[in-house]
Design a binder for this molecule. Structure first.
Ligand code: SF4
Length: 643
């Protein structure tokens, strides 16, 4: 064991019930860190190509990052990886909450699950004890009930990651939930867990691996925490609301704000979380509206989007909460319309059940969020599936029995809630038809319907548009786990945060629609994000000043990483992720729907007249990371490619 990590992971074979520990060499951590990095290194080696995503040979891994559970601010993330049943390729989902720190606290840098149990089981980990237990009584419960039942049985200090009915019924848009509403949502990994009949993982752990230089770690943490000492002022709490009222003027004069002073961003996260931005993003043309065919300010004007933004949302707050060691606590528990409590919807959820469906009924959005959290469903994919169904009915593509099942219509909150409930339970008819996402749903309709199925490589597109920021579309198309906003650069703010890494390569910050330089910059920055993720830190921290992650990494491990080495590690992780897909026979990049690319371009509004040049960005990205777009597996020189 080195410093800053345990040097040990846990393996479970559900077919024969075997459980064992494996020690890993320090060199593996130095080359891949933790989280996604460690995950792709091990899955690529240990999983045979062609393993069925829902079969026993698929390996489902839970991986805290290298700094997860440390006292570094924002260090609560863990990642789940496996071969995705939704895309058929590399699958990963990143999640906050407290499960990751608990798994690390139990003495493991990762948990790898293979095989398939005969009956439902859950895994109980307590320090050095790990055992499989019968889960017959838990099967069928939703995620909140499951967590509650396990905590009542095992103690309130237990942390639980589990699937709900959606994962049990192998819905390809299901995820894995912890803390009753934090979900590793994307890539259909809940179905992988459901296929293995693993209902839950319950873990108790508070230990921390020793640090190489605890004083240096403390110093770096203390100075960064200074940024978060000031409490939000009266004015900072009013800025998003005031700003919202200015939006029509900003739009009229073509002004596109991208971020703001760090203190304002921190305050805004503290007060509103990501709900601060809904109205702004709709107004500026970033949020997709009416299944990508609408224009924000015209079809979902400010008086509607304001109902799903900032003050309107937090009116329902009961209390704020945050992930492990988070200084801003962007989450909140809210009062639901039926009087019960649940999680505050985040921006992606507000947009997916709001403007995407022309729905301004916040209560219905909150109910959809709660249904998805309890069932263990991805809110992005579910919202996109509902949008597809409404358009399909409107355009007469649905067979009679589906068309007559519900009066699907844009903006009808009640019907939307009912449809989401049916998807969550995979009820025969519309629910079953949509439970595996839009790609499969569209395959059952005619050719024409394909144009309305908004996905990349099978995964539903998130709530940011490439027309507003082209690097978003590039990320959707080229990431080995495509169609995810966390694999993109959502704006110039982020590009600016990484400009130091661009400068190392002599690259200037590209303009918004400078396609070749943008593809090149993406090829530098995305590997950094991959390495950053593998530390287990939250992405939002990057919008709030630059967290001293290299100082934390070096103080924790005793290594001497500089920007160059960090970049090299990120590139290694990224290339391994591409290699995983190439080995499965998947393309190097995925086509995007014409609507996302601006074909035809919008006639009015902030992104009018724009058609993206995706090909140029794609070519420049691959050239920058050194992969041949035309190469077929096996790549002859993989060891040369992996630096
Ligand atoms: S900013 Fe929000 S998502 Fe990120 S660590 Fe804090 S509470 Fe979790």
């Amino acid at each position: 064991m080195g410093y800053g990590f345990w040097g040990k992971v846990l393996w479970v074979n559900l077919t024969n019930g075997e459980i064992w520990e494996e020690e890993l060499p320090e060199s593996l951590y130095r080359r891949f860190l933790g989280g996604y990095g460690l995950g792709v290194a091990i899955l690529f080696q240990r999983m045979e190509a062609g393993a069925e995503p829902l079969g026993p040979k698929n390996i489902l891994a839970f991986l805290p990052g290298l700094l997860t559970g440390s006292n570094a601010p924002f260090s609560g993330r863990f990642m789940v990886v496996a071969r995705s049943p939704l895309t058929g390729g590399w699958g990963e989902a990143n999640c906050g909450g407290n499960f990751g720190p608990a798994l690390r606290g139990a003495g493991y840098d990762g948990l790898f699950v293979t095989g398939m149990a005969e009956r439902p089981v859950y895994l109980y980990i307590d320090g050095n004890r790990a055992e499989l237990r019968d889960a017959a009584e838990l099967w069928g419960m939703d995620t909140v009930e499951t967590e509650k039942a396990l905590r009542e049985k095992l103690g309130t200090d237990i942390r639980v990651a589990c699937i709900g009915p959606a994962g049990e019924s192998l819905s390809l848009i299901s995820g894995i939930v912890n803390d009753g509403g934090r979900i590793a949502a994307r890539c259909g990994l809940g179905a992988v867990m459901g296929a293995k009949r693993l209902k839950a993982i319950a873990v108790r752990g508070k230990a921390r691996p020793p640090l190489a230089d605890p004083e240096a770690f403390k110093r770096a943490t203390a100075s960064y925490r200074e940024l978060f000492r000031r409490r939000p002022s009266y004015w900072s709490s009013r800025i998003p609301g005031l700003f919202r009222r200015l939006l029509p003027f900003l739009r009229r004069f073509g002004i596109r704000p991208s971020g703001g002073p760090v203190q304002m961003v921190i305050d805004s996260f503290r007060i509103y979380g990501t709900a601060a931005g809904t109205a702004m993003l709709v107004e500026l043309g970033d949020t997709p509206v009416r299944n990508w065919l609408g224009i924000g300010f015209r079809d979902f004007p400010l008086e509607k989007s304001s109902k799903l933004s900032d003050e309107s949302v937090i009116r329902h707050n009961i209390r704020s909460y945050g992930c492990h060691s988070c200084p801003v606590a962007c989450g909140a528990i809210v009062r639901l319309p039926d009087g019960s409590s649940g999680h505050k919807p985040e921006y992606e959820t507000l947009a997916a059940f709001g403007p995407l469906l022309l729905n301004d009924d916040l209560e219905s959005v909150m109910l959809c969020n709660e249904i998805c959290n309890r069932a263990g469903l991805d809110t992005i994919s579910t919202g996109v599936a509902v949008a597809f169904a409404i358009e399909a009915r409107e355009r007469g593509w649905l067979p009679k029995e589906l068309s007559e099942e519900l009066p699907l219509a844009w903006g009808d909150g009640k019907v939307i809630v009912e449809l989401v409930r049916r998807i969550a339970r995979r009820e025969p008819g519309l629910g079953n038809w949509l439970a595996d996402g839009v790609k499969r749903a569209a395959e059952l309709l005619g050719e024409e319907a394909q144009e309305a199925a908004m996905h990349a490589g099978g995964q539903e597109l998130p709530m940011h548009r490439g027309l507003y920021e082209p690097a978003v579309a590039l990320g959707y198309a080229v990431d080995p786990a495509p169609g995810r906003h966390t694999a993109t650069l959502s704006g110039l703010t982020e590009l600016k945060a990484y400009s130091r890494y661009l400068a190392l390569r002599g690259i200037k910050l590209p303009g918004r629609y400078e396609y070749a330089p943008k593809g090149q910059a993406f090829g530098i920055i995305i590997p950094i994000i991959r390495a950053y993720d593998s530390l287990g830190l939250c992405h939002f921290a990057l919008q709030m000043g630059e967290p001293p992650f290299l100082a934390w990494l070096n103080a924790a491990t005793g290594w001497d990483f500089d920007e160059e080495e960090f970049l090299k590690v990120g590139k290694r992780i990224q290339i391994m992720r591409h290699a995983f897909n190439a080995r499965e026979g998947l393309p190097m990049h995925f086509p995007l729907p014409a609507r996302e690319l601006g074909k035809p371009p919008q006639e009015i509004g902030p992104v009018a007249g724009i058609t993206l040049d995706l090909e140029t960005m794609v070519a420049n990205y691959f050239a920058t990371i050194g992969l041949d777009l035309a190469a077929r597996w096996p790549w002859p020189e993989i060891s040369d490619l992996i630096p």
